[in-house]
Design a binder for this molecule. Structure first.
Ligand code: ADP
Ligand code: ADP
Ligand code: ZN
Length: 218
């Protein structure tokens, strides 16, 4: 597979495993991951101008306005490390974002990870994230060796404040309303690849690798 030139977006509801699979692809194949969620959380943590604007939106489980989101992605995509390849994890999330992306970058595939709503709540309420390196764990499906401590860097694991049940419900309704229409959008452009996101992560990763390999050969 030619990973030198592979521009992908990862679609799917919150908790579908987009971050987990992107990180596996980054580690194993070297594709750079761009996560808008990580960028917004970093801005909130550093209390930048952007962070102050988006803090309450993230906490409520809503979507950041398109204008702001498009601007940070456009800027990030101008860096040299993503000239040939990238995974956009969590962008686009609206039709307006997808239209904007089409103006400044060409895609090889839009990968949709399918997971039903009932599994999502289990995944998100058990999610733990490393404060230092961003590694993703789950209390049941991917527990760290020592509770509360990152296996990779020894950093502290925390619960995202938007992973509580009420906020998850708001995020899911935003997903169904604003983001799900992108499946049809990319299907029409013949770049859609659907992956069952419900089995274990290694199985999902292998399905992704095999499908993307066939897809890019076409
Ligand atoms: P998850 O991985 O659970 O789907 P993310 O880390 O991708 O969540 O996103 C966290 C939050 O950041 C979202 O709930 C939303 O408020 C904001 N966000 C991330 N990406 C976008 C985007 N493309 N458009 C608007 N808001 C976004
Ligand atoms: P997203 O980025 O789509 O919001 P994450 O990759 O952060 O999703 O995964 C959400 C939670 O589910 C995390 O706790 C992660 O460890 C767990 N998880 C991800 N993929 C799987 C999988 N295939 N099987 C079981 N648990 C998973
Ligand atoms: Zn860590």
């Amino acid at each position: 597979m030619n990973t030198q030139s592979m521009k992908l977006i990862f679609l799917g509801p919150p908790g579908a495993g987009k971050g987990t699979i992107s990180k596996m692809v980054t580690e194993r194949l070297g594709l750079p991951q761009i996560s808008t969620g990580d960028m917004f959380r970093a801005a909130v943590k550093e209390k930048t101008e952007l962070g102050l604007k988006v803090q309450s939106i993230l906490a409520a489980g809503g979507l950041v306005p398109d204008e702001l989101t498009i601007a940070i992605v456009k800027e990030r995509l101008s860096w040299p490390d993503v000239r040939q390849s990238y995974i956009l994890d969590g962008f686009p999330r609206t039709i307006a974002q997808a239209d904007a992306l089409a103006e400044f970058s060409e895609l090889d595939a839009a990968v949709d990870f399918e997971v039903k709503d009932d599994l999502i709540l289990f995944r998100l309420t058990g999610r733990r994230v490393c404060r230092s390196c961003g590694a993703i764990y789950h209390m049941v499906t991917k527990p760290p060796k020592v509770e509360g401590v990152c296996d990779i860097c020894g950093g502290e694991l925390y619960v995202r404040n938007d992973d509580k049940e009420e906020t998850v419900k708001a995020r899911l309704s935003a997903y169904h309303l604003e983001t799900e229409p992108l499946i049809g959008y990319y299907n029409k452009k013949n770049v859609l690849l659907t992956i069952d996101g419900s089995p274990d992560a290694e199985t999902v990763y292998n399905a992704f690798i095999s499908k993307i390999g066939h897809f890019l050969k076409k």
